[in-house]
Design a protein around this ligand. Sequence first.
Ligand code: C5P
Length: 234
Amino acid sequence: MKDPRIIVALDFSSAEQALILADKLDPMLCRVKVGKELFTATGPQLVERLMDKGFEVFLDLKFHDIPSTVANACKAALSLGVWMTNVHALGGIKMLAAARDALPPGTTKLIAVTLLTSIGPNDLDSIGLNREPGDVVQKLAWLARDCGLDGVICSALETARLRQIMGNNFCLVTPGIRLVDFPVDDQQRIATPRVAIQNGADYLVIGRPISQTVDPLAMLHRLNNEIETQLAID
Ligand code: C5P
């Protein structure tokens, strides 16, 4: 598969658990995501081991700090050789520009978190942002685009609108993916792979529907088939 659309979230606390799942997957069929828990527990060595196994890695550390600190963190991600990394759009224009400068286009893909999907209208109010979450997401997505970032992370429910506004040349990465017959867990704003792709998502971050099944590779095939079928329709 040329550009696998699935990014498997390795949400584990140890390298052993992450590698057990990785060994059941196929780097031709997916990429993998290393987040804060796994990276804090295992460090860059695990990222290197995953890359040695042929996986492209999305380093999901959501950098949010002063511009020079974020730029240096991005440079470290670049020298690690990861495929994609991310920052918080709420870090503002100077921070986003510094991150972009540190990761020239064509190297590590740089995307932004707009608003965490766990933040609702009341949470926004309590931090002094008296606006609808959807409006904030849109504004921050524009900011990310204006600063030259490659894309944003958004829920499948926001994807259709963002795709319409941002055009095709902007990467939309969507978590909260569930098959109709799979537990929702703690996710709220969910969509099936078919709907996420139909709404314009480029990449789908999928954790438990793959990691918690008896046969993760079979599930990966099933999800990829659903995606391919939808892409053929679009
Ligand atoms: O297991 P599940 O498929 O729900 O995992 C989704 C992954 O996407 C997790 O790693 C989670 O941290 C991440 N994520 C999310 N919502 C966001 C951003 C990232 O669920 N807004």
